[in-house]
Write a protein that binds this ligand. Structure first.
Ligand code: ADP
Ligand code: MG
Length: 251
């Protein structure tokens, strides 16, 4: 059997103040799944995300990418796992939108024509056509987030991980982002969305993981988990799971 695309084994992260932000996380994610990870503020979600491509070092435990420790091949991990952080401003590196989206593929030293195609496709997918020459710092919050997604898509990753991606997005912005995630997922790739806005995205997920106090408290099909999310500080949206989407057409 193929190893899971991503595996966390006994992952612990203790900060110098003795706070265990991650307190023994075991998690396997199969390729091609759409996973939602939720939990109250401070439950450890963002710290977990920083371990996925080696931005943080475990106190103990490890992260494996297709069976290989991420820390043994940081470059490979950063190419294959695209992380979209909550703070879109911090992710801006280019002088223009097009330069910014090209930054990742340029670092991979891909041929110019390939880079141009990738950037074009990524700007199309994120609705940023015509923004090529704009200065990123003049974009709105939602546009900056779309640019962060474009930069990651241009790397052509196998796994997309997004931290609170709906924050500050209006309905069309959320719908457009869900469209991008759906298309990515439909092409056989893996999506991990960290959010407490279950009403916007849960209909798209095949798995819901709840974290609290640095541990996984529930993990299963959304229909098994959704009725209990209040226990871990997340609001259960009203109505059926199929209605939990901000995409324009129901999935
Ligand atoms: N740099 C840091 N130093 C000390 N504690 C931190 C640091 N970053 C995060 N923490 C703590 O780790 C816990 C998990 O944080 P985080 O993963 O950001 O939570 P969230 O689930 O809201 O994303 C919180 O208690 C937070 O205060
Ligand atoms: Mg967070």
């Amino acid at each position: 059997m193929k190893p899971p695309v991503m595996e966390l084994r006994g992952l612990r992260h203790v900060f110098p103040d003795d706070k265990a932000a991650l307190d023994g996380v075991d998690l396997s994610i199969q390729a091609g799944t759409f996973v939602v990870l939720a939990g109250r503020n401070g439950s450890g979600k963002t710290v977990l995300m920083r371990h996925l491509n080696g931005l943080a070092r475990p106190t103990s435990g490890e992260v494996l990418l297709e069976g290989c420790p991420v820390l043994d091949d940081l470059q490979g991990a950063r190419r294959r796992i695209g992380l979209v952080f909550q703070d879109a401003d911090a992710q801006i590196v280019g002088q223009t939108v097009a330069r910014d989206a090209a930054f990742g593929p340029e670092n991979l030293r891909l041929p110019r024509t390939v880079i141009r195609e990738r950037v074009k496709a990524a700007l199309e997918a994120t609705g940023l056509v015509g923004f090529d020459e704009r200065r990123p710092h003049t974009l709105s919050g939602g546009e900056k987030r779309r640019l962060a997604v474009a930069g990651v898509l241009a790397m052509n990753p196998d796994i997309l991980v997004l931290d609170e991606p709906f924050t500050g997005l209006d309905w069309p912005g959320c719908a457009a982002l869900l469209e991008v995630l759906d298309r990515f997922h439909t092409s056989g790739k893996t999506v991990l969305v960290i959010t407490h806005d279950l009403d916007k995205v849960l209909a798209h997920a095949d798995r819901l993981i709840m974290m609290d106090e640095g541990r996984i408290r529930a993990d299963g099909p959304p229909s098994d988990v959704v009725d209990h999310v209040g226990r871990w500080g997340v609001r259960r949206p009203s109505g059926p799971i199929t209605g939990m989407s901000w995409k324009r057409e129901r999935p």
